[in-house]
Write a protein of this length. Structure first.
Length: 185
């Protein structure tokens, strides 16, 4: 009988040492299992054991999603970090662009203005929603809800100049005294 109690105590101790799976991890596992992303989006997990922190690369290709559309950011590769806290899905993931890019909805520090990452987040939304939203920002930048007000004003007032500024900045050029990262694929 003592042997059985000893074995149960060892099993209980081993259970306590195992990391608990949080509700956020379970939901992220579900989101990842159901994820159907186009070839223009790639996800990588620097630490395969940590599914709450990962990286995403978006390579906007309008022909995949909008065949009649010519986008400003085609030919670029844009990198993002995703950090999901334990309150997911009740709180949105924290997403940042790791490159300095010229975009009305992404500031020079990598903050992103996407409504579903802020006030319009709902627990029914998933990682798929965020990825599609990010990709859409490159297909249709939103000058009406900017973080980079100068880029938004350029987009509103002169689309041709905006396009030239995007092309220059994507090659790592200098625009209005700001040096941008080369994001050409």
């Amino acid at each position: 009988m003592i042997k059985i109690w000893s074995m149960k105590a060892k099993e209980a101790a081993a259970e306590k040492k195992k990391p608990k799976t949080s509700a956020a991890q379970i939901r992220v596992q579900k989101d990842l299992a159901e994820l159907e992303i186009p070839s223009t989006i790639e996800m990588t997990f620097p630490d395969p054991a940590d599914i709450l922190n990962f990286e995403v690369r978006i390579s906007p290709d309008d022909a995949v999603l909008m065949p009649t559309h010519t986008g400003f950011y085609k030919g670029g590769q844009f990198h993002f970090t995703f950090n999901i806290n334990n309150n997911y899905p009740h709180e949105p993931p924290k997403v940042r662009c790791t490159q300095k890019i010229y975009h009305p909805n992404i500031d020079l520090e990598g903050n992103i203005c996407l409504n579903i990452l802020r006030e319009d987040w709902k627990p029914v939304l998933s990682l798929h929603s965020v990825l599609v939203g990010l990709q859409y920002l490159f297909l249709e930048p939103n000058a009406d809800d900017p973080l980079n007000k100068a880029a938004a004003e350029d987009l509103r007032s002169n689309r041709r100049a905006f396009e030239q500024n995007v092309r220059l900045s994507m090659r790592g050029g200098l625009h209005k005294g700001i040096s941008y990262d080369n994001v050409i694929a």
